[in-house]
Design a protein around this ligand. Structure first.
Ligand SMILES: Nc1ncnc2c1ncn2[C@@H]1O[C@H](COP(=O)(O)OP(=O)(O)O)[C@@H](O)[C@H]1O
Ligand SMILES: [Mg+2]
Length: 227
């Protein structure tokens, strides 16, 4: 098997897809693995802006058939790298129409597809997930409860749902992603800093909070990525 493909998805805007992508990149780099970022949020490429000078990146529009072709080719051309895909809001149409392009090539690419489906506490997060799993049936899906929206227990709709049963019975896990203090996440977004550059530039207090958060997500994501 070649290295896996990670997708940070969720279809909705503002659920935390970008921040989970950032955490995935940071965790993979910590493992000293090569990574290629595919930024598909071409209208607001926030993760691309943060990481374009530090890792290999590609900007690819996944609302069109050509984008999916390009993405599969990038996966083939970078066999030694983990591919991390940051998705845009409302990308469910593209996934439904062209998801098969990726799903059908996974075997030949010799890569596993792992999706990190980021949710808030609302129902539509779960409904969109069902469609995604239909379009990309070979992906393992981990559901990411973003604690920016509340503690794990507050995700009642998901915790007691049928979707959860189907996620966990097909090898996925339900994980909880830690909350970073607003003033530090504002630093990352407004100054377009990668975590590494933030660790060089921010004041000591902000760096301490960043370190706390980083250690937490590395532990949580590391377990899922490894196993
Ligand atoms: N776990 C978190 N910790 C801190 N801030 C968060 C977290 N999740 C989301 N946010 C905040 O919410 C905003 C939207 O998150 P983002 O990852 O950009 O969402 P998406 O990519 O899904 O649109 C971010 O700018 C950040 O301020
Ligand atoms: Mg985003």
């Amino acid at each position: 098997m070649n290295e896996p493909i990670f997708v940070s998805g969720g279809s909705k805007g503002g659920v935390g897809k970008s921040i989970v992508t950032i955490a995935l990149i940071d965790t993979v780099l910590h493992f000293k693995k090569k990574v290629v970022l595919i930024e598909s949020d071409t209208s607001n490429p926030d993760v691309w802006k943060m990481y374009k000078d530090e890792i290999k990146t590609e900007l690819i529009d996944l609302d069109v058939a050509n984008g999916w072709i390009d993405m599969v080719n990038v996966c083939d051309e970078n066999k030694d790298a983990i591919i991390i895909i940051n998705t845009a809001a409302r990308n469910n149409k593209g996934v439904t129409a062209y998801g098969g392009t990726l799903n059908s090539t996974l075997e030949e690419l010799e890569r596993k597809l792992l999706t990190f489906w980021v949710i808030n506490r609302q129902r539509d997060s779960l409904e969109l997930l069902k469609d995604y799993m239909d379009a990309l049936p070979d992906s393992i899906v981990h559901v990411v409860r973003n604690s920016y929206f509340g503690d794990e227990g507050k995700f009642e709709l998901y915790n007691g749902s049928k979707v959860r049963e189907s996620v966990e019975s097909s090898g996925g896990k339900s994980i909880t992603f830690p909350d970073l203090a607003d003033r530090v996440s504002d630093d990352l977004y407004s100054k377009r800093l990668s975590i590494d550059s933030a660790m060089k530039q921010l004041p000591i207090g902000n760096r301490a909070e960043l370190t706390r958060w980083r250690n937490e997500f590395r532990k949580i994501l590391g377990e899922v990525i490894d196993g």
